[in-house]
Design a protein around this ligand. Structure first.
Ligand SMILES: Cc1ncc(COP(=O)(O)O)c(C=O)c1O
Length: 329
C-alpha cells in the first residue's frame, strides 16, 4: 500500500495506435498523463526531490525554486508540499491559468514575469528573476531543469527503464519524444541506446523553437520547444529531428480524440504528427515498432487547442504574421 498518491509515479499504460495509412506501423503510445499530477514531469519532480533529501543536499528548511510555466511547476509544487518544503515558482504572462491555479493551490509562492525579454519571450527574464532570488536567499536550491543532470537521471531510471522492459522480446525500431527542457529525451535515450542500440531516436520539436538551431518565431502551445538550447541535451542520443507546425499539432490532437478516443495534450499531438510525417513517403514492407511518449492530457488545453476560437486566432496569426519574436518555453 502506498502512503501518498504522489508516490505512485510511473508504470503508465502503453497502448497500441493503428495508423490507417500505414498498416505495417506498430505504434505504441506511453500515456504519461496517468502520472499523479497529470504529466511526465512527475517522474523528474519525484526523483529529484527524493535524491536531494536522501543525500542531504537539501533539508526541511530549504526553499526550492524553479522557472516553469507549466507541468514541471505543477509537479514540483505537489512534491515540495508533500515533503513540507517551501517552493517558489517563477512563471510568466503566458502560463495557462489552470497551471497557475494548480501551482498556487498546491502551496507554492508564484512570481509572474510580465516584462518580455530581448527575444520577445519571457524565459530570459524568468531565469534572471531566479538568479536574483537565489542571490538574496539563504538555503535555497534551484532545480534548473535545463542543466541539472538529475533531470535526465530521473528519466533514465524510470521512463527509460519502463520503455525497455515493456518490449523485452520485441525489437524497438523507433522512439519519438517531444523536447523542451531536454530532460526526458536525454535520460530515456541513454537507457534505450544501452538496451536497443539499433533503435532510432527521433526528437520532436515545433516550428519557432530554437533548440535545434532553427530561427525563433512566436509559439502558442506550451510544453514543447524552447527559446534556448538546453545544456542537458549535450548528453542525449538523438538520431533524427522532426519539426512540426502548431497547425498540424492542433489537427493531430483532435485526430487523437476523434479516431483513438485519446484526449491528449499539445506535445502528444506534435509527437503523433511527427510519426505520421516521418513515415508518410516511406515504403514500410515489414512491421516496424514505434514507441512514442504522450506527455500530458488534454484538459489543460481546453481553452486553447480544443477551443475553436483560439485555433482560429492562431491560424489567422500564422497567415498574417511571420514574427521573429519567441514566446513561452
Ligand atoms: C506537455 C509536455 N510535453 C513534453 C515536454 C518535454 O519534456 P522535457 O522538458 O523533459 O524536454 C514537457 C515538459 O515540460 C511537457 O510539459
Amino acid at each position: 500500500m502506498i502512503n501518498n498518491i504522489l508516490n505512485k509515479v510511473g508504470n503508465t499504460p502503453l497502448i497500441p495506435l493503428k495508423i490507417q495509412e500505414s498498416p505495417n506501423l506498430n505504434v505504441f503510445a506511453k500515456l504519461e498523463f496517468y502520472n499523479p499530477t497529470g504529466s511526465v514531469k512527475d517522474r523528474a519532480a519525484c526523483y529529484i526531490m527524493n535524491r536531494l533529501l536522501n543525500e542531504r543536499v537539501i533539508n526541511k528548511n530549504t526553499t526550492i525554486i524553479e522557472s516553469s510555466s507549466g507541468n514541471f511547476g505543477v509537479a514540483l509544487s505537489a512534491y515540495a508540499r508533500m515533503h513540507g518544503l517551501k517552493f517558489i515558482c517563477v512563471i510568466d504572462k503566458n502560463t495557462l491559468p489552470v497551471n497557475e491555479m494548480l501551482i498556487r493551490l498546491q502551496g507554492a509562492e508564484v512570481i509572474c514575469i510580465t516584462e518580455p525579454d530581448e527575444f520577445g519571450g519571457y524565459l530570459m527574464n524568468r531565469l534572471k528573476k531566479v538568479r536574483e532570488i537565489i542571490d538574496n536567499t539563504d538555503n535555497i536550491y534551484w532545480v534548473n531543469q535545463y542543466g541539472n543532470p538529475l533531470n535526465a537521471q530521473a528519466y533514465y531510471n524510470s521512463l527509460g527503464k519502463e520503455i525497455c522492459l515493456e518490449i523485452p522480446r520485441q525489437k524497438l525500431d523507433y522512439l519519438f519524444m517531444g523536447v523542451s527542457s531536454g530532460g526526458t529525451i536525454t535520460g530515456v535515450s541513454q537507457m534505450v541506446k544501452r538496451k536497443h542500440p539499433e533503435a532510432t531516436i527521433v526528437a520532436v520539436d515545433v516550428e519557432g523553437s530554437v533548440i535545434f538551431g532553427r530561427e525563433a518565431s512566436k509559439r502558442f502551445i506550451p510544453g514543447i520547444g524552447s527559446s534556448i538550447r538546453p545544456k542537458i541535451l549535450d548528453d542525449a542520443f538523438i538520431d533524427e529531428i522532426e519539426f512540426v507546425s502548431e497547425k498540424d499539432t492542433i489537427t493531430s490532437c483532435r485526430e487523437l480524440l476523434e479516431k483513438h478516443n485519446l484526449y491528449a495534450g499539445g506535445s502528444a499531438g506534435s509527437v503523433y504528427q511527427a510519426v505520421k510525417q516521418y513515415f508518410q513517403n516511406k515504403a514500410i514492407n515489414n512491421p516496424v515498432n514505434v514507441m512514442c511518449v504522450f506527455a500530458d492530457r488534454g484538459e489543460r488545453y481546453i481553452s486553447t487547442i480544443y477551443n475553436d476560437d483560439w485555433c482560429r486566432m492562431v491560424q489567422e496569426y500564422v497567415e498574417r504574421n511571420h514574427s521573429k519574436a519567441s514566446v513561452s518555453v
